[in-house]
Ligand binder design. Structure first.
Ligand code: SAM
Length: 268
């Protein structure tokens, strides 16, 4: 869900000819080997991207996902049928035009090394081994472009991650008011994401849209029951586009309790 929406956000930036810049604060490795031991041990991808890859690429119901799935299929093809799945930096990098740029932050040393290797011949992409939240303060607004997107996708391994995320969204908007911000969050049960969205509302934030997909009612806090993407300052009519993306995804995700929802938390 995150990557389909992210692709749509970058495509929205591509509609104008002036350059844009993307900051990916928690970038990961860039490419995930789905045939490797880690992905094989959980096999989670089979019930996610795996189901979508088993479809006819021209199926009309998947049209809203076509740009993203086209990139994913292209990467699989380029690796001789081996399953490498593109993470956010690789997806974004493939959508950059001459003059556009991407800055990635990744703290984990091994992931950082993989990312640096992946982009060593791409001067449009820079990789920093720095804290992604600090990068918002240090690197926004971008020096190279007046338009852009910040994607904040933390691992949610710490209890106070929602608090950091809210502060990061507020900071990013203050530093780069015209920029788009996308922030991913888990939905285990309803209370933590609600508190996060309320905190933003109470801080006076406007123009906030959420896209959420739940695989089952979020009642068991011990499970990842769904996830959401907060988009602050979304592009024109992104709400409609997000709805069509989630509607296209829904039949392929989870079993029969899957629900998708796009909502204005605070309108413009
Ligand atoms: C959810 S993963 C990112 C996935 C990636 N954005 C994607 O969509 O493909 C989160 C990543 O953040 C990294 N990380 C954790 N804390 C960080 C921090 N404070 N600053 C930057 N990266 C961090 C982790 O090593 C992990 O690779």
């Amino acid at each position: 869900m995150k990557h389909a929406l992210l692709t749509a956000l970058v495509n929205a930036l591509r509609r104008k000819s002036t350059p844009f810049s993307v900051l990916d604060t928690h970038a990961g490795t860039g490419l995930y080997d789905l045939s490797g031991p880690q992905a094989q041990s959980t096999g989670e991808w089979r019930d996610g991207i795996g189901r979508l890859l088993d479809t006819d690429p021209d199926a009309p119901d998947l049209a809203p996902l076509q740009s993203w799935l086209g990139i994913v299929r292209g990467i699989i093809h380029a690796h001789d049928g081996k399953l490498f799945y593109p993470g956010s930096p690789e997806l974004i990098a493939r959508l950059l035009r001459p003059g556009d740029s991407l800055t990635c932050c990744e703290l984990h040393p091994e992931d950082q090394r993989s990312l640096k290797a992946l982009f060593r011949h791409n001067p449009a992409v820079s990789v920093h081994g720095r804290d992604g939240y600090q990068a918002i303060t240090a690197l926004l607004p971008p020096r190279t472009a007046k338009r852009g997107l910040t994607i904040i996708d933390p691992p949610f391994e710490q209890r106070d991650e929602f608090t950091h995320l809210a502060a990061a969204v507020i900071e990013a908007r203050a530093r780069f008011p015209g920029g788009i911000i996308a922030a991913w969050y888990p939905i285990k049960h309803r209370a933590p994401p609600r508190a996060f969205l309320h905190a933003l509302k109470d801080a006076g934030q406007r123009n906030l849209l959420t896209a959420e997909l739940t695989l089952r009612p979020p009642l068991d806090p011990g499970r990842l029951n769904g996830c959401g993407l907060l988009v602050a300052g979304p592009p024109y009519r992104f709400d409609e586009e997000a709805r069509s993306i989630l509607d296209a995804l829904r039949p392929y995700m989870g079993e029969d309790e899957t629900e998708a929802d796009v909502e204005w938390v605070v309108p413009e």
